[in-house]
Design a protein. Sequence first.
Length: 274
Amino acid sequence: MRTSTSGTLDASPLGDARIIAADDFEFAALPGRRTTLATPVSPAAGATHVTLHVVRIATGESFSPEASADEENTAVVFSGLGTATVGSRTRPVGRSHAVYAPTGQTLTLTAGAEGLTVYIWRTPLAAGRRPGTDPEPFSSLWDETTQLRGFGGTGQVTPDADRATMNFVFWPGNGSSQLCLHCGIQQPGQTFNVHLHPDSDEAFIAFEGVGQMYLRDRWIDVAAGDVLYAAPGVLHGARNPHTGPDARRFVTCGGPSPYDPALYSAAGFISDVR
């Protein structure tokens, strides 16, 4: 991890795919504040659609993504306690809480006494897309209301039989117009099978535990906090290769931007925005 106080760190090139270890994040202090910001994925680094910030909000300070109300934002609390405000609504948040701010509503995160580390995805709405009529702003990675089970991938790699479950935390069915937030729960020995998105960037993180992410043509060891970026058409996936009495679940979260209707179709849902 590298830190700057100038706020002028250059974006590290992503190419068409990259895994960025949490230890390699380049944090810059916001001017006149103790809060620091890293941006491992962004158009400036070569991403097609999405920006991903990692923000360490200092005790008592607040953070809003630049031009938040002009974009869609999703956020996941990685550690700490605080509050999240979407438009006029405010909720307390802690680890694993998730927040969605549609276009037209500003996202603001405020840290409590422990500080707050948050991963934030951003994207402007593409032409022809409109905000949902009744979007859900607050949720959790553990929300099991809508799920994808038994996903076999998209056919390029032989699927594993022991298949992980994915929670659809924010998706068109609860009002997300373009960004989505999915949570993959890979229990010991399980795989979320290798797939690609023809028209979407994928940016997701290892949220809990240790496991592996597939990128292009191989499995790569990762740990909590690490980030995967895959451009449209690049194969990716996640698995928990660990088994035995000491093995623990491996959790990932993030999603394609813009959302990929094929995932919802695989789960038996339509992708109409609520």
